[in-house]
Design a protein around this ligand. Structure first.
Ligand SMILES: Nc1nc2c(ncn2[C@@H]2O[C@H](COP(=O)(O)OP(=O)(O)OP(=O)(O)O)[C@@H](O)[C@H]2O)c(=O)[nH]1
Ligand SMILES: [Mg+2]
Length: 200
């Protein structure tokens, strides 16, 4: 979180995290294409030739008001491929909320679990934990045939009982529900922390 007292702006950082090809970039593309240009900046993507995220994607949104300030949401995706671990760690720095984009195909469960563990390790490195951090789970690619059962996905990935949404990112199904949910969690968290600060 970054507060600019001069301009009365508060900047909040939301990171889309998840294994390679789970649909993180597709979420940002859909949000970018749907939103009024007055509410968003350009979508900045750094891709390989195969359209895999090389470093990150970035999209800036501006709307509403919180505690009398104008919030800006900086949305990032991490590169999901295993060997970009250092980039993922770097992109997480200063994060306020996380969307974990899981791939619901049965054969991708191992990758989902590895990446959730990678996220937990990075959070612990920042003095945080998945249990205490604002995050939501997006179960993406539910249109594909080899889909894992919901109760198994929930049991293996959502042991902290965070809000979870099914999605088909290229069609936009579940994309804005997920975004609204993480924005609400992040705002609630900022307000809670500022109330606690004011009490002490
Ligand atoms: N059928 C289907 N395809 C999807 C869905 N979401 C994403 N895709 C496709 O999956 C591929 C990978 O999506 P990306 O959004 O690039 O994945 P990513 O998570 O950003 O991958 P990395 O950048 O490598 O980490 C693309 O071809 C998308 O069109 C979905 O819900 N259903
Ligand atoms: Mg990507």
């Amino acid at each position: 979180m970054f507060i600019n007292w001069a301009t009365n702006e508060i900047t909040l950082k939301i990171v889309y995290y998840g294994p390679g090809l789970s649909g993180k970039t597709t979420n940002l593309e859909f949000i970018y294409n749907q939103l009024d240009p007055a509410m968003r900046g350009d979508l900045i993507t750094l891709n390989t030739q195969e359209d895999r995220t090389l470093f990150f994607d970035f999209l800036k949104l501006e709307f509403g008001s919180i505690m009398g300030k104008k919030p800006r949401f900086n949305l990032y995706t991490v590169p999901g491929q295993v060997y970009y671990a250092k980039s993922r760690k770097l992109i997480l720095s200063g994060v306020d909320g996380i969307v974990f984009v899981a791939d619901t195909q049965k054969e991708r469960m191992g990758e989902n679990l590895n990446t959730l563990l990678d996220l937990e390790e990075n959070l612990i490195g920042m003095g945080r934990t998945l249990e205490s951090f604002p995050w939501v789970l997006q179960l993406n690619k539910v249109d594909l045939p080899n889909r894992e059962h919901n109760h198994i996905l929930t049991q293996k990935l959502n042991y902290f009982d965070v809000p979870q949404y099914e999605s088909i990112a290229p069609k936009g199904i579940g994309v804005f529900e997920t975004l609204k949910s993480i924005i609400n969690l992040v705002i609630a968290n900022v307000q809670k922390n500022s109330t606690q600060r004011n009490k002490t």
